[in-house]
Design a protein. Sequence first.
Length: 367
Amino acid sequence: MNLLQLIGRSEALFEHDIARHDRLLSEMVSSSRFLVIGGAGSIGQAVTREIFKRKPKVLHVVDISENNMVELVRDVRSTLGYIDGDFSTFAIDCGAPHFDALMKWSGGYDYVLNLSALKHVRSEKDPFTLMRMVDVNVLNTNKTIDLAKEYGAHKYFCVSTDKAASPINLYGATKLLSDKLFVAANNTVGKQATRYAVVRYGNVVGSRGSVVPLFQKLVADGVTELPITDPRMTRFWITLQEGVDFVLRAFERMYGGELFVPKIPSARITDLAEALGPGLPQRMIGIRPGEKLHEMMISRDDSLHTLEFQDHYVITPSIRFVEGSDFASNGRGEQGSPVTEGFKYVSDSNPQFLSVEEIRALSEQKA
């Protein structure tokens, strides 16, 4: 079943916008050197493919999973072929000396994307994984921030998560720290051109952390009921492709210090289960430790610094020590306006809400 059908859309959110600006985007990519950190995960692989399609001068991918990197290269070569530029993968840890050696050997990159993270909340069961989560999500991230500046990167983007807004688990707390480090890094560059920004979005449909593959597998296996954590639970929904498109567009929009949040619809977990397994009973199993009932991407406290654009929000930096541009007019000339004080962007109060009937209607229409 098509993922867009599952979340009640007939086309990707940013498809037309990407098409309109694809020539400029392709020109930028084809003349640039890219480093993708954490490129073997679900989102990382999708980002790598989109950059590869536009024939960059250099595309280097770093990830600690050697097996996933082999699969990535095999997939790219078999479906997209080859490019004249340098496409290479490196199964190394950003915290190790090998990463420093890579940066020195490469001479640096024009654009860096960081999609690496230890993210599974169940990892909090043991203190050793907790310590590594701090290493990977905070300390290693800070190291890459410094190296990007040292080697003259033009722009450095990090992909964050809704868990970083008002975190209730260590994963969310470490990603909040990472977000703050990226924003603050713009105040340390001095006369250098390196700029840092963050993209934050919610549940990525079909990724390894999404419930959709689980429900699909259970239905295919012929289960008689689907497990539901809580019937009140809601989630933001964005596809892998939409997430990648939003990141690429943010490169053009950013000045430095922004946190970009896309406008995306919400869905109730019960409606999604009904769409995937029509008529199947739903068994309540309870919310797991560290899990939220609803996703939040912008808190009330952030409303004082948040701008609303046509298809996204921008949380602007609250403290700036360097001269900055007017964030109300972004790098593409799009105009934004301040949200009302006390505004929050939470999945249960999202104005864009999908019903099970909408999901079913689209599924039947495209069946």
